[in-house]
Design a protein. Sequence first.
Length: 185
Amino acid sequence: MNIGVLALQGAVSEHKIIMRQLDINIIEVRENKDINRLDGLIMPGGESTTLRKLLKNSEMWDLIKNSELPIMGTCAGAILLGKCKDETFAKIDIEIDRNYYGRQRDSFETKITLENNESFDGVFIRAPAIKKLGNGVKPIAWKNKEIVGCTSGKNMALTFHPELTNDTRFHKIWINLIENTAKTF
Ligand code: GLN
């Protein structure tokens, strides 16, 4: 299995370290040709406005928009996967509210809960919130009652940064999702 991590901006090396722990081959994606033959793409956190601009400048925007490539989006990556007032890929039917918890200094770490009731250290950095779940969306992580992670088909959106804790569980959930569903490309 070949997984790519978008390496235009944001937390790239941390995702690589986690994928290597899972024995997954991971490559850095900077241009369209890097996307060929990928089984999945990680869109890391950073700044969604900047990411959008860089994706459009590098011409990867249209390729990703029109492909069925499974995507895991964390924080800014989750914003681009969902729907908000700015242009996004809208691959997951969720409404996303950017910078929901305030400014950079309002970033925080807190326990979140998985489906099986296990807990996970959630790192929220100027994080967005998932406000509304639409068709085909399955919640998979909660901060109290707030949904902070979900999947839709082979895509996964997390408002926090699982790559910043030495914990492979969310990456594993996504890899299982890709492996257990038939390939369409
Ligand atoms: N606040 C950023 C945005 O709106 C996301 C922050 C992050 O990815 N850590 O795009």
